[in-house]
Design a protein around this ligand. Sequence first.
Ligand SMILES: [Zn+2]
Length: 156
Amino acid sequence: MGYVETKCIHCGHQFKDQCNSRNYGPIIRKCPACREEYIDKRFKEVAITGLDSNSLNAKFYLKCAAFSLIGAIAAAGWFYWRFEYSKKISMSSLGIALLLLILCVSCMAQVFRIKNGTQAKENEKFMQESRERLRNQEYAQKLASLGYKVPEEFLR
Ligand SMILES: [Zn+2]
């Protein structure tokens, strides 16, 4: 579980709200200050919108890993060249190289999560949670009344 900064659209109160890494989750949020409820468009109800199309795409993450690795090598090369020829330490290129390396590692980690089925299981869990929420008539009706397109199957 992570947290996002949220600002109430009614009273402007800023607060931290729960979310997961992909922003799947209840899209009706309740402000702790004024108790008003509203739709937060950053979140997705995956039983309605579907899951992130790249979440099970190993090739996508492999490409991302390859490009970030190439970028990291280029930035490291630039750092080396600057130091070699002008004795200047380029902190920015070092920083870029490190960030790209971290990106590369996290993309590779995602490739493994896809290959060993962890991501598919997690997707299934997100989908189930979303369906559970929508089966709650109060929640589904509220979503619809706040102007969100809710499929008929959830409105009975
Ligand atoms: Zn508020």
